[in-house]
Design a protein around this ligand. Sequence first.
Ligand SMILES: C[S@@+](CC[C@H](N)C(=O)[O-])C[C@H]1O[C@@H](n2cnc3c(N)ncnc32)[C@H](O)[C@@H]1O
Length: 216
Amino acid sequence: MPIPSIPTRGRTLDYAASVYDLLEPICLLAKQAEYDLTILDTLDPQPTDTVLDLGCGTGVLCQMIAQRLQPDLGGSVTGIDAAGKMIEIARKKRGSGHCLFAAMAAENLQFADETFDGVVSSLFFHHVQLDLKKRSLAEAFRVMKPGGKLIIADMHTPTTFMGALVSHVSRWFFLQPQIGENIRGVLPDLMTEAGFQPPQSVAHYFGYITVFATTK
Ligand SMILES: C[S@@+](CC[C@H](N)C(=O)[O-])C[C@H]1O[C@@H](n2cnc3c(N)ncnc32)[C@H](O)[C@@H]1O
């Protein structure tokens, strides 16, 4: 059954879903496993945790998180993405009883307040405009339990010459002003404005991706 995409002004990747698992390791210069492990270790989920992944794509990170959880004790991870085709592939390749996927827009989450112990997001925020970045962070704050962790890995102010080159070329090649916002370094302030503690930057990848960690 095809899963309909959710209307959003964010840049969704239905058209790339079928090749995404082939392309991403190349884009991440064969460091995808190490990069995802950094996010996972920073989140450091407890076996009983409930975790949400915003803009989960084909669900690779969700599957890694699920392996650290104990479903019989209530542990589960839910990946959401506005692209129905991403969710179809994620469910088919990586879905299980405690690794769940749903078509949903990050700026309009269909979950009750204080549902999740942790929220993660990898390479999603440079796909949405400033107002949707704000709304997605407000939603992440709303659905997170007090004391929960937020880990965001995304494009940020470049730390190397190559990082600056890649991110500025991407901004113009993909005609994506949302990337320009990330390059200007908006994410940490937006997290604080949404109510989170001032984030720590825990790792940098490729000179243009920063992994941020904060709490509610
Ligand atoms: C670059 S991919 C990242 C996928 C995955 N997190 C990863 O690290 O490989 C960005 C994802 O965000 C999704 N997306 C874009 N706008 C969205 C929105 N408003 N709500 C939820 N997902 C969205 C796209 O469909 C795409 O799958």
